[in-house]
Design a protein around this ligand. Structure first.
Ligand code: ATP
Ligand code: MG
Length: 587
């Protein structure tokens, strides 16, 4: 079968998955064909915002609700595709009025509010680079990111401005303008009202003139393994966002889709803005923070059909038990997927048992820009596996040769997960770190820094981040394996594992465990858990020490930070992210 375009995607009522014949598509698909479906005339132009909203208007979907916003105090606001097209034109005109030009960076520091979405779309239309900053960052990480990005303009709320920016203004030499989403600047120079400017701007704009290689996004990574890095992506990434949304998340026109990731991180933009809008769905955005009862109510009341979330959230739902689900009808849910951390088999099965279907794990990174490996709907789910590469993506397990280049490893062998370059959403650089960027590539592979194995059926299995893997008594152990086993125990909500230096073994394995409600930490339970792990894993791989914690330390995007567990264990100082974050209640 030749690639006939993604418009073969079925309609909402069609029971068949979007990606029906992955095997044949793997051989016939090319990104060039997919690219040829997108773009504005003349054919060498490509713009994310135009693909996300104006194309939908042009194809007759102007009245479809693009964005349904649920405020934290139960407000609701809806925007059709036509409204988003018009308002993003206005915001692009506002930016132009400030002299924001191609490749200038524009930051947003805000929670999940409609203005954030208008800013992203307006930036892209104006040719500027959209750079979201997670709203719960404290002043210091905000200062560092604003300066590193050299942003000329910032969109934020009055409260966040007052708390995190105003006092720093003199230390932000690049920042010219701040636009407040909920107020005006009064007499303060360089501070204006977002809405007044938007109201005064013209509705119309000429077609965007960006090319596929023009920079569109600057995303800071989660900082799980070290200092956060800024990854740059180009407009061409939209080709991958659209298709991977169609294939890996099964998105189709008419879907009501909820991505729980915050747009301060890559998932909340790639799959919280671009993939859903380019697939003509209605995007649900909930401003509120996690609450099990609210989440089930949102799924039921908004009639969500596709849901993309993260293991940490799934584990919190599991921890909350069945009561918050009572009385909620989730029968409209067609597909549930997860990303961000390894999805333990327990969580996949819990989905099946409690919600009637498994969670589908997907793997990707800020650097890859889009989903690379997935349990797409037509693939049989193997709990604990990340799934298989999507068409257009070649993945392999490799070892770096000391002399340069890489060597592919046989199935079943542990090695670094590598992806054959290029694909449209591959990052184009790390901010101010060309050397690090270059070190991610060898031969024609991108090296992910994650360790994995591949089985004989082409499924990939996550082992751990290269930095988290532990050498103990001659064995190499990935944390995921040990943590999974601990999480199979009914008392365990979360587990994190580290290597603790040991005179004889090199390292011994130490596990940190958070318990589910109703279980109390005790010596007896500690022994029971260690014994439980020993019978399943064998003595060489099982933890020798186990400590209970109320909660495991996590990045603000919700990932367990094993490096902080290590630092704590070894009495080392904690670095930027742990000490400079604000508590959630302060954000
Ligand atoms: P930093 O690069 O700053 O340390 P980070 O790697 O956590 O932070 P992201 O780009 O947000 O920043 O996360 C990508 C990483 O998350 C992957 O490299 C992988 O380690 C982990 N990850 C994402 N999805 C999965 C998954 N499905 N299974 C296992 N791990 C995953
Ligand atoms: Mg990373």
């Amino acid at each position: 079968m030749a690639w006939t375009g993604m418009r073969i995607a079925p309609t909402l009522g069609d029971p068949a998955p979007n990606l029906v014949d992955a095997e044949r598509l793997r051989t016939s698909f090319s990104w060039a064909h997919a690219r040829a479906e997108l773009g504005t005339p003349p054919g060498d132009r490509l713009n994310i915002a135009w693909e996300a909203v104006d194309r939908q208007v042009q194809e007759g979907r102007g009245d479809v609700i693009a964005l349904r916003w649920l405020g934290k105090n139960d407000e609701r606001q809806e925007f059709s595709y036509a409204e988003l097209a018009r308002l993003s034109n206005r915001f692009a005109n506002v930016l132009e009025g400030f002299g924001i030009e191609r490749a200038d960076r524009v930051c947003v520091l805000a929670g999940r509010i409609p203005e954030l979405y208008l800013t992203a779309l307006g930036c892209w239309k104006a040719g500027a680079v959209f750079c979201p900053l997670f709203s719960a960052f404290g002043p210091e990480p905000v200062r560092v990111r604003l300066n590193n990005s050299q942003a000329r303009l910032l969109v934020t709320t009055r409260l966040l401005y007052e708390r995190k920016i105003r006092a720093l203004r003199s230390q932000l030499p690049h920042l010219e303008q701040v636009l407040l989403t909920d107020g005006d600047g009064g007499d303060e120079p360089g501070v204006q009202s977002f809405h007044s400017l938007l109201a005064a701007a013209a509705d119309h704009r000429p077609l965007p003139t960006t090319g596929p290689g023009d920079a569109a996004l600057l995303h800071f990574t989660s900082g799980t393994t070290g200092a956060s890095k800024g990854a740059i992506h180009a407009h061409e990434a939209v080709v991958a966002h659209r298709l991977t949304g169609c294939w890996a998340l099964d998105l189709r026109p008419g879907d009501i889709y909820w991505c729980t990731a915050d747009p301060g991180w890559v998932t909340g933009v790639s799959y919280g803005i671009i993939a859903p809008l380019t697939n003509a769905v209605t995007l649900v955005v909930d401003e509120a923070e996690f609450d099990a009862r609210r989440w089930y109510a949102t799924l039921a009341q908004e009639r969500v059909s596709v849901w993309y979330t993260a293991p940490t959230a799934i584990r919190m739902l599991m921890k909350a038990g069945p009561t918050p689900l009572h009385g909620h009808d989730l029968s409209t849910l067609r597909f549930m997927a997860s990303v961000g951390e390894p999805l333990n088999p327990e969580a996949v099965l819990w989905g099946q048992e409690t919600l009637g279907q498994p969670f589908h794990d997907t793997w990707w990174q800020t650097e890859t820009g889009a989903i690379m490996i997935a349990n797409y709907r037509s693939l049989e789910v193997r709990p604990g596996s990340m799934g298989r590469p999507l068409p257009g993506i070649e993945a392999a397990i490799v070892r770096r040769r000391p002399t340069g280049g890489v060597e592919r490893l046989a199935n079943g062998k542990e090695g670094e997960l590598a992806l054959r370059i290029p694909w449209p959403s591959l990052f184009r650089g790390y901010l101010d770190d060309e050397e690090r960027y270059r070190s991610c590539f060898a031969d024609d592979w991108y090296l992910s820094g994650d360790l994995a194995t591949q089985d004989d059926d082409g499924y990939f299995w996550f082992v751990g981040r290269a930095d988290d893997v532990i050498k103990t008594a001659g064995h190499l152990i990935g944390p995921f394996e040990v943590e999974n086993v601990l999480m199979e125990h009914p008392a365990v909500a979360e587990a994190g594992m580290i290597g603790k230096p040991d005179e004889f073994a090199g390292n011994i394995i130490k596990a940190f465990v958070a318990l589910k409600p109703g279980y109390a930490a005790s010596d007896a339970l500690r022994k029971e858990l260690i014994g439980f792990a020993r019978t399943r894993l064998g003595p060489a791989v099982a933890p020798r020490e186990l400590e209970f914690m109320a909660d495991l330390p996590k990045t603000r995007s919700g990932k367990i930070m094993r490096r902080l567990l290590r630092a704590r264990e070894l009495g080392q100082p904690l670095d930027d992210l742990s000490t400079l974050m604000e508590k959630p209640s302060e954000s």
